[in-house]
Design a protein around this ligand. Structure first.
Ligand code: NAD
Length: 493
């Protein structure tokens, strides 16, 4: 029997006023894993009330004490890592090593951000006037909204929740409807870790209802969103009308450049992991291989051989390299792009949905590689599946021009042994993240993460910048001169 969850509001699992439910299922087997309420705008309003009521006490709790709760949650997750990793794999479909990686990233981030409870640094600086002291302090924003996608069903929620909580905010949270069970399990972990009721509220349901109410509710003071460009635009526009701060972290079309002096074996390991890890369903997935003409034939031959040998199958089996894509709709969209690719480019390998046996119950797509000119749709649009476009270039300058001629700017990578070109690429590549001699994927939690251009609106999650999104900066002047001093209006000058 599967469990029926509720919304988690004020520390209790409660039903939706809608009385309606949706199921979360395994993308591998189709098995129903749990049921969640189809939330309403009214449900969100109740969650906001709870978050608002919990805010004053949570704000007053010294940040190092908040950090202790995050550390306890990390500890529980560490003890349960294998089980949680298997849950990520079961509900989302990434292979088990990556499922555990999703959990490890969550643990790493909680441990990192818990320490922020003893920093939350402000500035001190001299005053232009005598006997006056100036500083900045960070304050929580209040009730914040978090909306997350399905592809990192634990790590992305933890990036947002950890940073919001350590900063002293309370939360109304909506998970992706494909992976609510992963987040509901984390809600229980935080309850066990001692998080007070009302501090993290969890409401499930649709983007245009639950999600939009979180964005539009006047007492939700800021919103953190990760997802695709279409939803990101809708949310950014709605928030703009309310002058509400919103951080949107969106898609990518990330290039790996391989120059003629590259270590080809290394570049090969990188492209296989970058393009086909998580079945290509990462915002940082390598979807473009920009390949120098001098190594084009040799590298492609190496790449095709290794790609054809990838094992596609049950993601819980540690021998599997590529699992299913997340659901039928995602699979159909990827197959549409593959059909477009067949019309405008040359299919080198893959291109089919697998059928029979295990493949009947999930949507499994062969790792697919096209040779294409730059400018085709498959070379420019985010496909979010195991589809790689290979583009031949004559030299470094052409590689950079093509890498940058794209609406997105999340991650990029270049393989070269020429240190000068490596450093030039750091200057030249228009992305928020650049890897030298490593694939486009592989974020580390203590470094900022985010992109330029249509990948977002300029914020960065994780790292030292994680708390910027969730804190207000207050500037404080303390005048101990015992007289009225007027900045800028000083007679003696
Ligand atoms: P999505 O945009 O469809 O959904 C993301 C979340 O937003 C879900 O919870 C969804 O229910 C909600 N939502 C949808 N419409 C909404 C609306 N109008 N108002 C409020 N909420 C709404 O994205 P997805 O399919 O879950 O995830 C895949 C996308 O996420 C890809 O484009 C990928 O590149 C991107 N992504 C980006 C990053 C990053 O950090 N830049 C990380 C992971 C994924």
């Amino acid at each position: 029997m599967t469990r029926d969850y509720g919304h988690y509001i004020n520390g209790t699992w409660v039903p939706s006023e809608s009385g309606r439910w949706f199921e979360t299922t395994s993308p591998t087997t189709g098995e129903v894993l749990a049921r969640f309420p189809q939330g309403t705008r009214g449900d969100v309003q109740r969650a906001v009330d709870a978050a608002e009521a919990a805010f004053p006490a949570w704000k007053r709790l010294p940040p190092p004490r908040r950090g202790e709760i995050l550390l306890r949650a990390a500890q529980i997750m560490r003890q349960r890592k294998d089980e949680l990793g298997a849950l990520v794999t079961t509900e989302m479909g990434k292979v088990i090593a990556e499922g555990k990686g999703d959990v490890q990233e969550s643990i790493d981030f909680l441990e990192y951000i818990a320490g922020e409870g003893r920093r939350l640094f402000g500035e001190t600086t001299p005053s232009e006037l005598p006997s006056k002291f100036c500083m900045t302090v960070r304050q929580p924003i209040g009730v914040v909204g978090c909306i997350t996608p399905w592809n990192f069903p634990m790590a992305i929620p933890m990036w947002k929740v950890g940073a919001a909580l350590i900063s002293g905010n309370t939360i109304v949270f909506k998970p992706a409807s494909l992976t609510p069970l992963c987040v509901a399990t984390l809600v229980e972990v935080f309850e066990e870790a001692g998080l007070p009721p009302g501090v993290w509220n969890f409401v499930t349901g649709g983007g245009s209802t639950v999600g939009m109410e979180i964005v539009e509710h006047p007492r939700v003071k800021a919103v953190s969103f990760t997802g695709g460009v279409p939803a990101g635009k809708v949310i950014y526009e709605a928030a703009a009308r309310l002058l509400k701060p919103v951080e949107v972290e969106l898609g990518g079309k990330n290039p790996q450049i391989v120059l003629d002096d590259a270590n080809l074996e290394l570049a090969l390991d990188g492209i296989l992991f970058g393009a086909f890890g998580t079945a290509g369903q990462r915002c940082t997935a390598t979807s473009r291989l920009i390949l120098h003409e001098a190594v084009y034939d040799q590298f492609l031959a190496m790449l095709l051989a290794r790609t054809k040998a990838l094992v596609i199958g049950d993601p819980l089996d540690p021998r599997t390299d590529v699992g299913p894509v997340v659901d039928q709709a995602a699979g159909e969209s990827i197959m549409e792009y593959i059909a477009i690719g067949k019309g405008e480019a040359t299919l080198l390998t893959g291109g089919e949905r697998l059928t029979g046996d295990l493949y009947e119950r999930g949507f499994f797509i062969q790792p697919t590689i096209f040779a294409t000119e730059h400018g085709t749709r498959i070379s420019k649009e985010e496909i979010f599946g195991p589809v790689l476009s290979v583009i031949k270039v004559r030299n470094y300058d052409e590689a950079i021009r093509i890498a940058n001629d794209i609406e997105y700017g999340l991650s990029s990578s270049i393989y070269t042994r020429d240190v000068n070109l490596a450093f030039r690429a750091i200057d030249d590549l228009e992305t928020g993240i650049t890897y030298i001699n490593a694939p486009t994927i592989g974020a580390e939690v203590h470094l900022p993460f985010g992109g330029v251009k249509n990948t977002g609106n300029g914020g960065r999650e994780a790292g030292t910048s994680a708390i910027d999104e969730f804190t207000e900066i207050k500037t404080v002047f303390v005048d101990y001169s015992n007289r009225l001093q007027k900045a800028q209006i000083v007679d003696e000058r």
